[in-house]
Design a protein around this ligand. Structure first.
Ligand code: SAM
Length: 275
């Protein structure tokens, strides 16, 4: 018998992947968690029926959400990742020699434990001594830490449930207070094709709070529409205006210095969305 996982981004559109084996499925305190082994994308983390990350294409998202802010800030030492329980962003953050401490604030400890067990290629850096894993609500954590982080990365699930408060508005004000005086914030901000209203709202909320706000895109096969947005809010440094020549190339599969620049070139329908 064939098994398939179906992810419905909206009521009228969905993606399906053929499943080899269900490795774990459980109801945690916050969500339905599953880790599946699929024929084409390998092992994947699924939360409340939404594909979060897969062995085959996780590198795109984790490299782009980490390296663009970390190459924009001239000397990032302390980084906070909100969400990100699979550890992929932490793995990329710790490729930067200047980083002395990377805090992961993930609300669901089961995500961390199951990803450590079944997705070691992604969660491997969670054991790094520079990484501190804090299990708790990112909203509370950010409220309780002021002027502490050079870069804050919001690597959350979609804007529903526990993650709803991580998108825009007052949370970004608190993020600004939690950042150092020249800090940079970045968030995954959904698909302009299926959720244009989310992309527009988040961009405008960030623009009202940060001196510089930019949007860039990356091509992620397992994300709805295969084309994903990231919003970056910066107190001082412009991610499009960085001298990347001073940096050594990192061990990456998607991020390059050329893609850093090119990612900010938007198609007209996305430009019009954030005008
Ligand atoms: N890194 C993956 C990717 O490539 O997109 C997915 C992101 S990670 C799995 C999303 C995490 O955000 C989930 O583990 C979820 O539990 C966590 N999360 C949701 N709301 C949160 C909150 N308020 N505070 C901290 N973590 C939260």
């Amino acid at each position: 018998m064939e098994m398939w996982i179906k992810e419905a981004q909206i009521e009228d559109a969905a993606m399906t992947y053929k499943v080899k084996e269900t490795l774990v499925t459980k109801k945690t305190k916050y969500q339905d968690l599953a880790i599946l082994d699929t024929y084409f994308f390998g092992r994947m983390l699924v939360l409340d029926g939404i594909i979060q990350t897969t062995i085959k294409d996780e590198f795109v998202y984790h490299e782009m959400i980490a390296h663009i802010p970390l190459f924009t800030h001239p000397n990032p030492k302390k980084v906070l990742v909100v969400g990100g329980g699979d550890g992929g962003v932490i793995r990329e953050v710790l490729k930067h020699p200047s980083v002395e401490k990377a805090v992961l604030c993930e609300i669901d400890g089961d995500v961390v434990e199951e990803c450590k067990k079944y997705l070691p290629e992604i969660s491997c850096a969670l054991e790094n001594p520079k990484c501190e894993v804090f299990i708790g609500d990112g909203i509370k954590y950010v409220n309780e830490h002021k002027n502490e982080f050079d870069v804050i990365i919001v690597d959350s699930t979609d804007p529903f449930g526990a993650a709803e408060g991580l998108f825009g508005g007052s949370f970004y004000e608190k993020i600004k207070e939690c950042l150092t005086e020249d800090g940079i914030f970045i968030a995954q901000t959904e698909t302009p094709f299926y959720l244009p209203e989310v992309v527009k709202k988040v961009f405008n909320d960030s623009k009202a709070i940060f001196k510089i706000t930019k949007l860039f895109m990356a091509a992620i096969p397992t994300y709805p529409g295969g084309y994903w947005s990231f919003t970056i809010g910066s107190k001082k440094y412009d991610p499009e205006n960085v001298d990347l020549s001073i940096y050594e190339d990192l061990d990456t599969k998607y991020y390059t210095k050329k893609i850093h620049k090119a990612a900010f070139v938007l198609p007209k329908y996305v430009e019009d969305l954030i005008k």
